[in-house]
Design a binder for this molecule. Structure first.
Ligand SMILES: Cc1cc2nc3c(=O)[nH]c(=O)nc-3n(C[C@H](O)[C@H](O)[C@H](O)COP(=O)(O)OP(=O)(O)OC[C@H]3O[C@@H](n4cnc5c(N)ncnc54)[C@H](O)[C@@H]3O)c2cc1C
Length: 264
């Protein structure tokens, strides 16, 4: 059938198709490695091809390969710099949009440390988006929410990987005036399953439960690529910092041998 099933391993997992199907017959299912791919209920599919029209892989006009202008900046606030992965540029963009009364979308951990895109509308929540989460963030229904917010006249900032940004533009079918996007330089994403298994491994190592994880902590050793995790045992909370590339998850991430197929 003529639908998103034909994209196969080129799929970037942005979920634009799932969010745009008028018959709601697309589900995103995990493969063996833990990356989600579209699965179409062929009995309900009417071959309207909306899923293909909204797919950033099919529609390369939504790829923004040529910069119109280039700015470089660094956050001036020391507290924000410490919480950010690098120079806190993404965070200062978020701060500006919130101060304008806008809405910001970005990647955040939930209580189980799974990463997904959330909507942030006030200053207190901004911190959740700071720092890099080196795992594919689940976009969930964030594109549909962005569309809704734009229709309400809100200014929106969406931050994410380049394929998530391309997915958003494909989903919206253009470049709305009140939409700002920040895409990270990204060499690839590991799967949420891989990260989950790694956290289980850390639980075993520490005989506790990981309650906090930061891939790019500046707390103990300043700028660089040190992760920091906190585990809770029955009696105490422990903190551990290590160079990312010297640890099993970080090594595979840095070596680039655990990414989604489309990243290659
Ligand atoms: C998977 C991944 C791979 C990367 N690869 C490279 C690289 O090869 N080279 C390089 O120079 N930089 C890379 N980066 C970018 C780098 O780690 C920093 O995120 C970037 O420099 C922004 O820093 P900042 O201080 O401005 O961001 P902060 O102010 O700390 O804000 C972090 C921003 O990143 C977004 N974000 C965090 N995790 C994710 C995620 N999993 N998916 C989508 N958005 C996310 C948040 O929404 C937020 O807007 C990568 C980031 C990610 C998430």
């Amino acid at each position: 059938m003529e639908n998103i099933s034909r994209i196969k391993e080129k799929c970037v997992g942005c979920k634009s198709c799932e969010q745009s199907c008028p018959k709601h017959c697309i589900s995103m299912l995990e493969n063996k490695e833990g990356f989600w791919y579209p699965s179409v209920d062929e009995k309900s599919c009417i071959e309207c091809k909306v899923c293909l029209k909204k797919c950033p892989v099919e529609n390369t006009e939504f790829h923004r390969n040529e910069p119109h202008k280039v700015w470089a900046w660094r956050n001036k606030n020391d507290v924000d710099i410490m919480r950010s992965a690098s120079g806190g540029a993404a965070d200062s963009a978020a701060k500006t949009i919130l101060q304008m009364g806008g809405v910001v979308y970005g990647a955040a951990y939930d209580e189980q440390l799974a990463v997904s895109h959330i909507e942030v509308t006030d200053e207190a929540e901004r911190e959740k988006l700071q720092s890099s989460k080196y795992v594919q963030s689940d976009p969930k229904d964030s594109y549909a929410k962005v569309k809704q917010r734009l229709s309400e006249g809100k200014t929106v900032l969406f931050t994410g990987t380049p394929c998530q940004i391309a997915g958003l533009y494909a989903f919206l079918g253009g470049n709305p005036e009140n939409l700002y996007t920040v895409d990270l330089i990204c060499h690839g994403v590991p799967s949420p399953k891989f990260f989950k298994k790694y956290l289980e491994y850390q639980n075993k190592q520490t005989a506790g439960r990981v309650i906090y994880f930061n891939f790019r902590s500046k707390d103990k050793r300043g700028w660089g690529t040190q992760y920091l995790l906190k585990t809770k045992t029955k009696t105490k909370t422990k903190t551990k910092t290590k160079t990312l590339s010297l640890d099993r998850y970080g090594k595979h991430f840095m070596d680039g041998d655990c990414y989604r197929e489309s990243c290659y």
